[in-house]
Structure formats: C-alpha cells, structure tokens
Write a protein that binds this ligand. Structure first.
Ligand SMILES: [Zn+2]
Length: 411
C-alpha cells in the first residue's frame, strides 16, 4: 500500500493511453529517490511476473522486458531473450538492447562489452602505431571488424577514445543528452560509470582513477585512468624545468571547466604521441591511460584529447557543432548527440547526428559543413532515409548565419 502511495506522489510513472497501462521514466532520467522507489517496484514485478514492454520506439509492437537478478543479487530490467526480433527489436540506441544488439553490438566489434546490467568491459592494448600506419582502416575503427566478440582486445589508435565515449554515453543520465534545467555534474556521472567498468580484467574502484574536481587529487602511484578538462590551444603542456623526459600539463576541473586545479607531470613521449584529432575545437577532455610496467609500477601509456563543448561537456566534431549546441542550450531545447553509433543503424561510419527530443516526431539535426558533391549526395540520402523512418529532418548549412536559423517548434 505504501508503495502505491509513494508511486502516485512521484513522477516516476504516468498513465498511458490504455486503461491499466503506465509509462515509466527511463532509468537514465531517474533521480536518486526515484531509483530507490524503482528498485522496490522491480522487486514487486520480479515476484509477481508483471508484463513489461520497452517504449523506446514510437510504434509497436514493443520489445518485451522482464526483471532479472544479477550475479551480485541486484535486480535489473532485461530483455526477453529470443522474442525481441524484427518488428519487436529495440530502438538502435536503447540502453536495454542485449550486448550483441543495437549500438552495444556495434561497440562489441570494437572490443568493448556492455553487459545487460550495465557493466563495461574493455581490454585496452598499448597502441601499435606501426601497425596503425600500415592499416589506417583498422586503426580507425579500433580493432578487428569481422567475427569479433567481447574478448577482442580494443587495440588500435582509437581504442581509448572509443572507451571514453562509451563511458560518457553509458553514464546515467548519459552525458550525450541535454535536458534544460538539469545539472550536468559530469564528474559525478563519470565516477559512477567508472565504478562499473572492468579494464584489462581489473574492476576499477575509487583509487584506480582520477576525475578532476576540487575534491580530488591526482595520485601518480595509483591512478590508471585520469580524466580532466583542458584547452589544447590555450593551455598546452610546457616542458618540465627539472626533467627532460616529462611535461607539465594544466589540469582543469571536469566539474567546473573554468577552474584550474594543478599541473600534472606526463611523459613527454606520451604527450607528443597523443592522438589529438584534427578538429579545430580547443576545449575538451584529456584522458590519460596508464599501465603497469614489468616492475609493477604504473607508467603513462597513452593520452588522448577529445574536443567538447564546455557548457554541456558534449564531445563535438567541429566548432559548428559546438555553436549549434550553444544555440540549442540558449533556447532551452532538449536534445541528444549519440557518441557511440548513430541515432539508428544507418550512417554508422559518418559523424553522429544530433536529435531534438522535444519535437513530435523527433528531429534529426545535421550540421552541413562541406560543399563537395559526395557530401551533398549523402545528405540528400540521409534526409530521405530519416523521413522514411518517421523522423523530421533539419539541416543547418553553415554558410547561413546560425542566428538566422529558425529551429523546429517544440511539441
Ligand atoms: Zn528499448
């Protein structure tokens, strides 16, 4: 009885269109209280065998769900194995896809596995630059493409980047989603995501990683992963005055990108080999990965810079995308930008699209920055395919000033 009262007071669910049917908030959108309440509900559903469906799509039939118990004794929503095929498949980006389906299946090809209860497993190998140079295609996708499974090591130049983007997207709520009025607190989201990550067979705990905020300090002897904010143009590393093999790299807070916290010392060779991307955006995340040497001491192994828009912390491919994000934020729009995979299984090899979530139907936003014919042909095909799928399609041709653009109205 208490549960029913709590439920009717909460915003966890609302009545659906049919009698006796309720719609629940997505797990990524729940606050701590709602999560606690939801955990009680899972228990009730688990014992009573309640019929559940995933509403990740606009049109049915919907994928079937049931409540399962993890090896750690935690209850979670799971697929009904075998039935969610064809028409009943989840949306490509739905978090409840099985590890081999949807964007999770795409990630598995890159050596990153996300289990049904949300644990992320990745075996990073030291980047092999020589091999990457011989086979740029393989380097680009970060591992073997054919017949691969979760056990494939995520080798190649982009493996660490794929892992980092996965961590952002798998955070709850996902960093790639922007909801007006909701605090970003990306350092906290990353913290909880890293706590359910297994890296090279090591289940990470607090002492294994550093996420820059005023409450944490980098520990050279302990941290395998360090994530901090920076600006590769305005605040590059400087040579160490006392050690010719190291540089000092300014560390800014993930919690507040305007706050400089400290300089950290990084192997000069690792800094110089950092995969910086050619993107013209200076602000973003530094991610430092460190492995044990033969003596069991952690040493700097790989560094990447992932350009991102500073207000939202959402990674961007170009300064135009950053501008579009700021425009959407200033107009209090709700949107997402998939970081791993694309909105659907289409156009996976291309830049991910942004999606306006507050229009009906949802609107794909394409920032069109190039003029060559191939690109224009592809955009035309994108538009057609997305319209076929029931999305709206909206294109910003960057020759037109952004302020002249009128965004699709909210529903
Ligand atoms: Zn779903």
């Amino acid at each position: 009885m208490k549960l029913r009262e709590d439920l009717s007071k909460s915003k966890l669910r609302h009545r659906g269109d049919l009698p006796g049917v309720y719609k629940f908030k997505s797990i990524g959108d729940m606050n701590e209280q709602e999560k606690a309440l939801f955990a009680k509900l899972l228990y009730y559903w688990h014992t009573d065998g309640i019929h559940l469906e995933c509403l990740c799509k606009d049109i049915g039939p919907f994928p079937k769900l049931h409540v399962r118990e993890s090896s750690a004794g935690k209850l979670y929503l799971s697929n009904n194995p075998g039935t969610n095929r064809g028409d009943r498949a989840h949306n490509f980006q739905c978090e409840l896809n099985l590890p081999e389906e949807g964007y999770k299946g795409y990630l598995r090809q890159k050596g990153i596995d996300i289990s049904e209860d949300g644990e992320i497993t990745c075996n990073l190998k030291k980047p092999d630059k020589r091999k990457a140079a011989e086979d740029p295609q393989e380097a680009k996708i970060g591992g073997k493409t054919k017949n691969s499974s979760g056990s494939t090591p995520a080798a190649g130049e982009n493996a660490l980047r794929f892992l980092f983007l996965t961590l952002l997207q798998e955070s709850r709520p996902g960093v790639h989603v922007y909801s007006p009025g909701r605090r970003r607190e990306i350092h906290k989201r990353l913290y909880y995501t890293l706590k359910k990550t297994k890296l090279n067979k090591v289940k990470l705990n607090d002492s294994d990683f550093y996420i820059a905020s005023s409450r944490a300090r980098y520990n050279f002897n302990k941290h395998r992963i360090a994530i901090f904010w920076g600006d590769k143009f305005a605040h590059p590393a400087v040579d160490s005055p006392s050690n010719t093999f190291t540089v000092n790299l300014p560390v800014f807070s993930i919690a507040d990108p305007s706050e400089k916290l400290q300089d950290i010392s990084i192997l000069k060779s690792v800094y110089e080999a950092a995969t910086l991307t050619g993107r013209a955006v200076g602000t973003g995340y530094w991610v430092l990965y460190r492995e044990e040497n033969k003596a069991g001491k952690l040493i700097d192994t790989e560094l990447i810079f992932e350009p991102a828009e500073p207000v939202t912390g959402i990674p961007v491919e170009s300064s135009y995308e950053a501008q579009m994000i700021r425009r959407l934020v200033s107009e209090k729009r709700e949107f997402k930008k998939p970081l791993i995979g694309n909105v659907t299984e289409l156009f996976l090899a291309h830049r991910p699209d942004m999606v306006l979530l507050d229009t009906n139907p949802e609107t794909i936003i394409e920032v069109a920055g190039f003029e060559d014919d191939d690109y224009q042909t592809r955009l035309a095909s994108k538009r057609e395919k997305y319209l076929e799928r029931g999305y709206r399609y909206f294109q910003w041709d960057v020759k037109i000033p952004l302020e002249q653009l009128v965004l699709p109205p909210m529903k």
